[in-house]
Ligand binder design. Structure first.
Ligand SMILES: O=C(O)[C@@H](CO)OP(=O)(O)O
Length: 211
């Protein structure tokens, strides 16, 4: 009675973008994929062929949207797609456009590490991971989690830090441990999930990264 058998949730970070290639802070700047990024997206689609998705979510940024488009083209069927800015990358504020290595030379490696990977430290005029989580997790709970509860297989294509904030919630990762979590581009994470009726809570049965 307590736990229903449940479908899968796949989280996918977009393929390499132009500014990933150039090593620049990107955030909400709407840069396109590189050709390598497009190939990564097609490869992710091939890896995901063994699943049948019912619905997909992505951000409002073209690197995620194009990745999802290429995945769906590779999968060869179409499903409802919800594009929402709650899934956008963390806003990097004044760092957007700057080269990451150069920024580390100016402000020091430690400061840049705090901006990039800590939970609470905000980049100047930007969002901390905590700020990002305050928009991603309520969105996740109100939409994606309900689809999972209703037995749907869900694909989410988003960004390094918007996905880190969701994975932190799903896997109950602490503030101390979150700096070590990296999400690779183009490799789908698959969660086998279940809904715990008694505690109204999503349970993760297993996690696999497809390679
Ligand atoms: O620049 C960004 O928006 C992100 C993701 O590419 O960078 P970082 O991994 O440094 O948080």
């Amino acid at each position: 009675m307590g736990v229903n058998a449940m479908p899968i949730l796949s989280l996918l970070r977009h393929g390499e973008s132009l500014w990933n290639e150039e090593n620049r802070f990107t955030g909400w700047v709407d840069v396109p994929l590189t050709n390598k990024g497009r190939e990564e997206a097609i490869r992710a689609g091939l890896l995901l062929k063994k699943y049948k998705f019912d619905v997909a979510y992505t951000s409002k940024l073209q690197r995620a949207i194009e990745t999802l488009d290429l995945v769906m083209l590779t999968l060869g069927y179409s499903i409802p797609v919800i594009k929402d800015e709650h899934l956008n990358e963390r806003h990097y504020g004044d760092l957007q456009g700057l080269n990451k290595e150069e920024t580390a030379r100016i402000y020091g490696e430690d400061q840049v590490k705090l901006w990039r990977r800590s939970y609470k430290v905000r980049p100047p005029n930007g969002e901390s991971l905590e700020d990002t989580q305050k928009r991603t997790v309520p969105f996740f709970k109100n939409t994606i989690m309900l689809d999972l509860k209703n037995g749907k297989n869900v694909l989410v294509v988003a960004h390094g830090n918007s996905l880190r904030s969701i994975v932190m919630f799903l896997e109950n990762i602490s503030e101390e441990d979150i700096p070590h979590l990296e999400i690779p581009t183009g490799l789908p994470i698959i969660y086998d999930v279940a809904w715990d009726n008694k505690n109204s809570k999503l349970i993760i049965n297993s996690k696999t990264i497809l390679k």
